[in-house]
Design a protein around this ligand. Structure first.
Ligand code: PEP
Ligand code: MG
Length: 578
């Protein structure tokens, strides 16, 4: 067995296909003057073909409801659209007399190095996107097939040193049972696409591409992050059984996904989806979501050089509001900063970006940008049931400032006779310890709360959510985190306001009993988690899980609480890992 990083859940057993990206023969210069025009034309044609290919992938992905894939390919289109990027390639041909493919490679290497040096993990990950786009252009210049997977004709497990996001986006789901790579991590774009497309994947498997030969049998365990090469009969039997169980479980969940999320004794919880695009909204409805609990609007701002306009944002929010109507859509205002950045907002280098200029802090200091977003959200509120949600609020003053800007935007729209929902709700994300402790204060001017456990946990435990070494502390079952969750719920209920949780904890069926027992009214999660959380809720007794939550709150450690949940009969709710 080789251990790696679980990148996308699921189990697959199949024959290995080792993917070797074909070596490109780069022609050496210098070019004759007479050849320059020709090479410039080749570059322009290859750019155009690349844009057409990417548009086709985006269209196909949008039709298939694959929002994540479409979004990543849109990012690639935005990079190709950058004039200075192409100008540098042209300069390589004109001034340095390089062949077109060599000029593209030079520019690619330069920007890959720039991104790879960046402190921000997200930006470092973009080096792979640059390499991917440039390789597409190079292949189009020299006329080799862009999709090297064309050689795969039978179902197999794909083994590669690395897979670019567009390689992953183009994998044929009927042929690629799973994939294993040496490079990449669970937040790489390839991992995100694999998860969204339901292809099990394990990354970070040392030397896997050289340890295997074509035709070897491989078991890929995307839950545990394991690969078994040419397994013995006993391991194979075990995995055949686990795989059969996994398939059966998914079929049952799929059949029951539209049943009401109600405990055996009739307590109803509302299940909502976390989305990042219009396409994700369709997946939410298909999986039984009764609205959107978190629209991560930063994805609209990412991968582009210019800020999205009011009309552009209005169109997106209006579409989501319309498709979800009458269900609610909580649109979170921009949460950029921390591990998320975009070329269209200049965030100067910070030593502690998670503690720095992030989310509402940026919005409040960039008032015009914030007003553009608020006006777009308000205009869309005339077309559905929209709520506004502010991220990373740490004190009442920030909430007041945000609400003042909201009022100002309402007045402007009113003066211009533009429709909006005058009673639109404005809520606060409880994701800083300061907000959780001051929940009673914030409740005076917020109409609802949504608990972001991903950040709340990292800030309460003072443990970076991206740092593997301190991940043992990033446990939302920690008594300190649970007490704050309980406090926010109690303060919210005192004012009869509903309270939601939209951090990853909400989508983990192992946590469902305690979350329902603590009294959360709404749970918001990625669309694919809704069926298993629904199933978990339907097995609960509200009375029993209330007692379970009270008991959990008396315990000393996260391990003790996890033990309590595992020992209770609710733990048969299959978690994301078995
Ligand atoms: C959270 O912090 O729990 C949350 C939902 O926000 P994000 O993961 O986008 O920071
Ligand atoms: Mg957060």
């Amino acid at each position: 067995m080789i251990g790696g990083i679980p990148a996308a859940p699921g189990i697959a057993i199949g024959k290995a296909y080792i993917y070797r990206n074909k070596e490109i023969a780069y022609r050496e210069g210098p070019l004759d003057d007479s050849e320059i025009q020709n090479q410039l034309l080749l570059l322009t044609d290859a750019m155009r073909s690349s844009v057409d290919q990417l548009h086709a992938i985006v269209d196909e992905a949008s039709k298939a409801g694959d929002g994540t894939k479409a979004q990543i390919m849109e990012t690639h289109l935005a990079i190709l659209d950058d004039v200075s990027f192409t100008d540098e390639m042209k300069a390589g041909i004109m001034h340095e007399h390089m062949f077109a493919e060599t000029a593209v490679r030079k520019v690619s290497e330069k920007y890959e190095a720039v991104f790879a040096e960046m402190d921000d993990e997200y930006m470092r990950g973009r080096a792979a996107d640059i390499a991917d786009i440039c390789l597409r252009v190079i292949k189009n210049i020299i006329g080799v097939p862009v999709n090297a997977m064309g050689e795969v004709h039978e179902p197999c497990v794909l083994i590669a040193r690395d897979l670019t996001p567009s390689d992953t986006a183009q994998l044929d789901k009927d042929l690629i049972l799973a994939f294993c790579t040496e490079q990449g991590g669970s937040t790489s774009h390839s991992a995100i696409i694999a998860k969204a497309r339901g292809i099990p994947a394990v990354m970070g498997l040392k030397d896997i591409a050289t340890r295997l030969a074509d035709g070897d049998t491989v078991i890929v365990d995307g839950y545990q992050g394991h690969a078994h090469i040419n397994p013995d009969a006993e391991t194979l039997d075990t995995y055949l059984r686990l795989k059969a169980e996994d398939t059966k479980r998914k079929e049952t969940l799929d059949r029951n996904k539209h049943l009401p999320p109600e405990t055996r004794d009739g307590h109803r919880v509302t299940l909502l989806a976390n989305i990042g695009s219009v396409e994700d909204g369709s997946a939410a409805l298909e999986n039984g979501a009764k609205g959107v609990g978190l629209f991560r609007t930063e994805f609209i701002y990412m991968g582009r050089d210019t800020l999205p306009t009011e009309d552009e944002q209005f169109a997106i929010y209006k579409t989501v509001a319309g498709m979800m109507n009458p269900y609610p859509v909580s649109i979170r205002t921009l949460d950029i900063g921390g591990d998320k950045s975009t070329p269209c907002i200049n965030i100067p280098h910070e030593d502690n970006p998670f503690l720095g200029w992030r989310a509402i802090r940026i919005s409040l200091s960039e008032k015009d940008m914030f007003k553009t977003q608020i006006r777009a959200i308000l205009r869309a509120s005339a077309y559905g049931n929209i709520r506004i949600m502010y991220p990373m609020i740490a004190e009442m003053t920030e909430l007041r400032k945000a609400n003042d800007i909201l009022r100002e935007c309402k007045e402007e729209l009113k003066a211009d006779h533009i429709d909006y929902d005058a009673d639109i709700e404005a809520g606060v994300m409880i994701e800083t310890p300061a907000a959780a402790v001051a929940a009673d204060i914030l409740m005076k001017e917020a109409t609802f709360f949504s608990i972001g456990t991903n950040d709340l946990t990292q800030y309460v435990m003072a443990a970076d959510r991206m740092n593997e070494r301190v991940s043992y502390l990033c446990d939302p079952l920690s008594p300190s985190v649970l007490r704050l969750i309980k406090h926010a719920i109690d303060e919210s209920h005192k004012e009869n306001a509903p309270i939601c949780m939209c951090g990853e904890m909400a989508g983990d069926p192992k946590m469902t009993s305690i979350l329902v027992g603590l009294g959360l009214d709404e749970l918001s999660m990625s669309a694919s988690s809704i069926p298993s959380v629904n199933d978990a809720i339907r097995k609960l007794s509200f009375e029993e899980v209330q007692a379970l939550a009270i008991k959990a709150l008396t315990m000393d450690t996260a391990e003790d609480i996890a033990g309590l949940l595992a020992a209770s009969h609710y733990s048969d709710a299959k978690p994301s890992r078995y």
